[in-house]
Design a protein around this ligand. Sequence first.
Ligand SMILES: [Zn+2]
Ligand SMILES: [Zn+2]
Length: 428
Amino acid sequence: MEIIADFHLHSKYARATSKQSTLENIYKWCKIKGINVVGTGDFTHPLWFEEINSKLEPAEHGLYKLKNIYSKEIEEKLPVSVKNNSVRFILTTEISNIYSKYSKTRRMHNLIIFPDIDSVSKFNLKLSKIGNLKSDGRPILGLDSKILLKIVKETNNKALLIPAHIWTPWFSMFGSKSGFDTINEAFEELTPEICAIETGLSSDPFMNWRLSALDKIAIISNSDSHSVQKLGREANIFDCGLSYDDLLSAIKTNDQRLVGTIEFFPQEGMYHLDGHRKCSVRLTPAQTKSYNNICPKCHKDLVIGVLNRVDQLADRPENFVPKSHKSVEFLIPLLEILSEIYNVKNSVKVIADYEFLYTKFGSELSILKNLSISELEKCGHTKLAHAIEKMRKREVFIEPGYDGVYGVVRVFSPGESTATAGQLSLKL
Ligand SMILES: [Zn+2]
Ligand SMILES: [Zn+2]
């Protein structure tokens, strides 16, 4: 069966997250988005773990579901078109490891996935002796990533550690500011235990394929969302049974059961190009080279983005595509497309149309990925149909992100958009 899975997200207990990120709301939005397996996020946080314990119950092996008393009320308010999408939880968290190795400060984020609540309890107890788990849904531990991996595996051999958003400059395995150059430097003799990496929003599989060192490793994508509306902006598509073991084995073998990923256009990520936010300086890797990595405005070191860093570590040319590879679909969230068409952000009108669309056609991901363009046109959504068609063909306008500034990806060029902004009529 096709399973869309988003493993990495944060709860209301993580810093800079929405208070709306509750288990009930995550459940509701997964139904609307069309996500079948969703991470709990933040299971290391004692209060969040308490909620996980009291509100979820075991479903298929290694997966959990929201108890009936909580799910019933949500389902009653959802339209038939999305109400029956099945949603399961999988136990996940992210840990920020800050430590010194080879006489340099390293900062790495690691995504952890566990198959059962008992093991999570044991794992949390071990970590609570190392650092403070209460201060943040994504705790900071002064612990070597390799030791963390050892603790994960000793607690439960089926648990996974996946280096998170591996290219972001400040907090990742390959980050330009505090990362490593190889997986082996980070994990040494435990390297064979690393069977997957997460692309992060600022990179995509095409960029990762340029490193032969990643050939045998599953490339996965997750939303890392801090609010429920952003769930599934990146996700994984599996074709396997619905259980922890099936998902684990698909990731470990990296075979055809891991079908591919849903991607954000990587230029939209906050660290795609190089630059300085404060100086409003955004540079391509070639421009950065011509300035010797120094900001032309403030004359300090530039923040080297993901594209440049991939270039430094890659042993293959740009646009290299392996003979056999996973599917890659670039999507723009439907709310963003509607906002662009109406030229307003999150207005009542945009939200009303969003609700109309999933009520009529089913989940957001099925609309973006699968709905036939003619079907949309038939209903009078010509502008939206055109937008989705352009997105699927990757014909989009892009202002890349840099140094913590999100990029802008638009379906229509500015002139095209304003000229026809009033023409969308949503007749449902
Ligand atoms: Zn992170
Ligand atoms: Zn500067």
